[in-house]
Design a protein around this ligand. Structure first.
Ligand code: HEM
Length: 215
């Protein structure tokens, strides 16, 4: 694995298959390359090093095989995990209005890998919570954009990945402007002053039919 997130794709190792207790893997793999069900419309480096250009992103859950190296430009991995920062009322508020991924109308997506600085990780848990929510209002701000945006947060830091977080969002084309506004508001927060690398990748479903304009 190099700094850019490039590495030789590999088949998932045995440790990623359902474990001895039948636990389902929480790992997801994002492959930037020439195939995949999401087509990249924009790939830009927001802060720090970007990622090499690719045409598609393929998202694999669990033990799915990664395509051959000729098709993969970069491979990024992350695992879903327990919540670190939400209070019970915030958790309930989110659960009440957050939609599932894969809604048919949500044909656009954003894949935003993020790495935070060592100074963030040197903070204690209570200091991070205060920065994340009391001062930056990540949850309070974002809640207003639900249920338009579906999301899944993946953690890569403990896997030794180049990004601490792989964030994935899905929304309908009509909600793209609202999503853009949310991203702008989050990037202006104190929390984001700890972001040292961020790549913004926007996508549309590759199977989205192009509907001809009416005559
Ligand atoms: C769509 C509305 C959004 C909602 C409801 C939302 C909600 C949340 C929540 C509840 C957490 C904390 C999870 C925990 O307790 O561990 C979180 C973490 C995070 N979110 Fe969001 N978020 C949204 C949008 C975004 C966007 C647009 C970005 C990126 C541009 C983003 C980036 C992150 C990152 C990087 C973390 C991890 C922070 C850390 O653990 O240090 N979120 N989000």
């Amino acid at each position: 694995m190099d700094e850019q997130g490039r590495r030789t794709p590999r088949r998932f190792s045995a440790s990623l298959h359902p474990g001895a207790h039948g636990a389902v893997s929480r790992e997801f793999t994002f492959v930037g390359g020439s195939t995949g069900s999401w087509r990249i419309t924009k790939l830009s480096a927001v802060r720090g090093a970007g990622l090499p250009t690719a045409r598609h992103v393929a998202v694999f859950a669990g033990a799915a095989p990664v395509p051959g190296s000729s098709e993969a430009v970069w491979v990024l991995r992350g695992v879903t995990s327990n919540e670190r920062y939400t209070t019970r009322p915030e958790h309930e508020a989110l659960a009440a209005c957050q939609p599932e991924l894969g809604r048919p109308e949500a044909t656009e997506a954003a894949f935003i890998p993020i790495r935070k600085a060592a100074a963030w990780w040197a903070l204690s848990q209570d200091e991070r919570r205060a920065l994340f929510e009391e001062r930056s209002k990540h949850i309070a701000t974002s809640l207003a954009y639900l249920p338009a945006v579906a999301r899944r947060l993946h953690h890569g830091r403990d896997l030794g990945e180049p990004f601490d977080f792989l964030t994935w969002f899905e929304y309908a084309p009509g909600d793209a402007a609202a999503f853009e506004e949310l991203v702008g508001r989050l990037r202006a927060t104190e929390e984001w002053s700890y972001v040292e690398r961020e790549v913004d990748i926007r996508l549309i479903r590759a199977d989205t039919a192009v509907v001809p304009p009416p005559n």
